[in-house]
Ligand binder design. Structure first.
Ligand code: HEM
Length: 416
């Protein structure tokens, strides 16, 4: 799964454009043919890659990180279990269509009713769109009769020192992580899924992200975060299948409905960019333990050189300081724990003081939040030199059920 699929939609967004007479060249292939057989005659273009919605694991976790994010967290307004199941079925159907570049539904042709699809993605490519769905702790309260099915690993995230969490940016009963190489395609997905949820769930918070801050495949270059550093060098990669199954995919230690799923933690981390920009290069580099331009550890010369946490300089001082981010986060210093980072940069204008409201929307997938994110963040929150320049102001955790087989719906085993 998670491979771009050659599967063609019945009526793709580009076909609609062609059908509307937008592309003269399509005439050679026959516009009628395009409509009937759908995208077979579509021009093959680099960004028209499609990631299958169906599979063992949900797409959007091991999928090579796309460039744009639209993350949405929802509160359920219904208390009916049937409504919840109906919503997940409707989301499944719409998501599977959008993943192959289709509109969310075929209109009956009435001009009186609003169109089933909002339209802003017509003519755009599928752009590797993935939609990853998660269940927050609130789903397992008394409302839906699911309390006994709550996975033990889905714990509420405890408070950490220096947290500046805002309730309006935290938590939620359901989440959708939409990622695509075109921001309008990601927006369209969340907008239409939100619309489908009307009467059953409402948005609690949403976060846009640009420029992935992690590579999740060895074939991807390491991007830079807004502090100007390469981010994701030592991330887990989808190709590390052994590590992925040990550290990312839920196994038989928890409920069977979660096997093949994962747990996601999101943190909206504001950077005090103005402060960072007045900080000397040397201090910036010792804060992370890596060189800014090359991304190499301070104990090496190239990005992927092994990090030597024991090396000392001629004065006998550790080259990578005790409070450097990569020392404190390194698996070797943390009982060999790994997380899959899949975050994005954000920039939401400015605050009331005229400073940029920008930073890292941190997203991490793991097998057990209690053994991975929580101990790691506890350590970072108390000791990390980076804390001087950041503040966590949003936090959420969701159980991300396994992938969906064609014909089934998201999280169906939870309701079985
Ligand atoms: C704004 C906040 C953050 C920034 C700017 C940031 C940036 C970075 C950078 C530049 C690296 C080095 C390159 C790499 O290996 O990816 C790194 C490594 C890492 N970060 Fe962060 N990070 C942030 C927050 C966090 C948080 C909250 C966690 C986990 C709770 C975390 C976990 C890690 C891990 C596990 C590594 C790899 C360490 C290693 O094995 O070498 N980071 N981060």
């Amino acid at each position: 799964m998670d491979q771009p699929t050659p599967k063609r939609p019945r009526l793709s967004r580009r076909s609609l454009l062609f059908a509307a007479g937008g592309v003269a060249a399509a005439g050679a292939a026959g516009v009628g043919g395009l409509l009937a057989t759908s995208g077979d005659s579509e021009p093959s273009q680099g960004n028209d890659l499609r990631v299958s919605f169906w599979g063992t694991h949900q797409a959007g976790i091991a999928t090579p990180a796309q460039n744009f994010l639209h993350f949405a967290s929802f509160d359920l307004t219904t208390t009916s279990r049937d409504d919840l199941v109906a919503l997940l079925k409707a989301w499944t159907e719409a998501a599977a269509r959008m993943a192959v570049g289709q509109t969310v539904g075929d209109d009956a042709g009435s001009k009186l009713a609003p169109p089933l699809d909002t339209g802003e993605a017509i003519g755009l490519h599928a752009s590797r769109l993935t939609m990853t769905f998660g269940f927050g702790p609130g789903l397992f309260d008394e409302r839906f009769g699911l309390a006994s099915r709550r996975p033990e690993a889905l714990v509420d995230i405890p408070a950490f020192v220096r947290d500046e969490l805002k309730p309006e940016r935290s938590g939620g009963d359901l989440c959708i992580q939409a990622c695509a190489d075109d921001p309008q395609v990601a927006f369209h997905a969340v907008r239409n899924l939100t619309r489908i949820a009307r009467g059953k769930a409402v948005l609690h918070w949403a976060q846009l992200g640009f420029n992935r801050t992690a590579s999740t495949s060895k074939n991807q270059d390491t991007p830079r975060n807004l502090m100007g550093f390469k981010d994701g060098t030592n991330n887990l990669h989808a190709e590390d299948e052994q590590l992925m199954s040990e550290h990312v995919w839920a196994g038989d230690e928890g409920p069977s409905w979660m096997q093949g799923g994962s747990y996601v933690v999101t943190r909206r981390i504001r950077m005090t960019i103005e402060h960072w920009d007045r900080t000397g290069l040397g201090l910036q580099e010792t804060t992370f333990g890596r060189a800014k331009v090359s991304g190499a550890p301070l104990t090496g010369t190239k990005e992927f050189d092994t990090v030597d946490l024991t090396m000392k300089d001629t004065d006998g001082k550790l080259v990578i300081p005790m409070d450097a981010h990569i020392r404190l986060a390194a698996p070797s210093e943390n009982n060999n724990l790994h997380i899959l980072r899949r975050g994005y940069s954000f920039s939401d204008g400015m605050d009331e003081l005229g400073e940029l409201d920008a930073g890292l929307f941190f997203i991490a997938y793991q097998r057990d939040v209690r053994k991975q994110f929580i101990p790691l963040q506890r350590r970072l929150s108390t000791n990390d030199a980076l804390n001087e320049y950041i503040a966590h102001n949003g936090s959420a955790v969701f159980a991300v059920p396994p992938g969906v087989a064609e014909g089934d719906f998201i999280g169906s085993k939870l309701f079985a």
